[in-house]
Design a binder for this molecule. Structure first.
Ligand SMILES: C[S@@+](CC[C@H](N)C(=O)[O-])C[C@H]1O[C@@H](n2cnc3c(N)ncnc32)[C@H](O)[C@@H]1O
Length: 147
């Protein structure tokens, strides 16, 4: 999905690093915000920003200090668990209005974070159904500049 919406050589900021990080690094400059020191540097190629969790979300003081560079795309895939991830809503001022992909963002019994995020950044919103490696259904939200 990112490959279809972002030219090679552009810069991605991702929340949460994982195996997809290595894939992205083949085509893009990647910065990964990672809370767990165990995974900092695990996927070579990315520039890691270690931001431990304070409560349920990344330490906002670290993000504010570190996010001084330009990026073209935001991939929201951390911190792990839906319950934590919704706390991005309290820190929207930390991020730029760029195209975004949010994983695991719409599950019926949880607040619809993606629509709040897309409203805040004035982006259009489209959901795509997916399923993870265990077969659990979830949704990706793709947020792009409005036409
Ligand atoms: C939900 S994962 C997804 C990260 C990435 N965007 C991807 O799709 O590969 C995010 C979190 O899982 C943890 N993680 C990273 N690699 C892992 C691994 N191999 N096994 C278990 N957890 C991992 C890290 O703490 C990371 O912040």
């Amino acid at each position: 999905m990112i490959r279809n919406n972002l030219e090679d050589g552009k810069t991605i900021l991702e929340l949460g690093s994982g195996s997809v990080t290595s894939e992205l690094c083949k085509y893009y400059k990647v910065y990964s915000i990672e809370h767990d020191v165990k995974y900092v540097g695990k996927y070579p190629g990315s520039t890691y920003i270690h931001a431990p969790l304070i409560g349920d979300w990344y330490d906002p003081a670290i993000l504010k200090r570190e996010l001084t560079f330009d990026y073209d795309f935001l991939f929201i895939d951390g911190p792990p668990t839906y319950a934590r991830r919704i706390h991005m809503l309290e820190h929207l001022d930390l991020f730029k209005s760029v195209p975004m992909l949010a994983d695991n963002c719409k599950v019926n019994h949880r607040p619809d974070t993606a629509s709040i995020i897309s409203d805040y950044y004035q982006l259009s919103l489209e959901f795509f159904k997916s399923s993870d490696w265990q077969g659990y259904k979830h949704f990706y939200a793709l947020m792009l500049p409005k036409k």
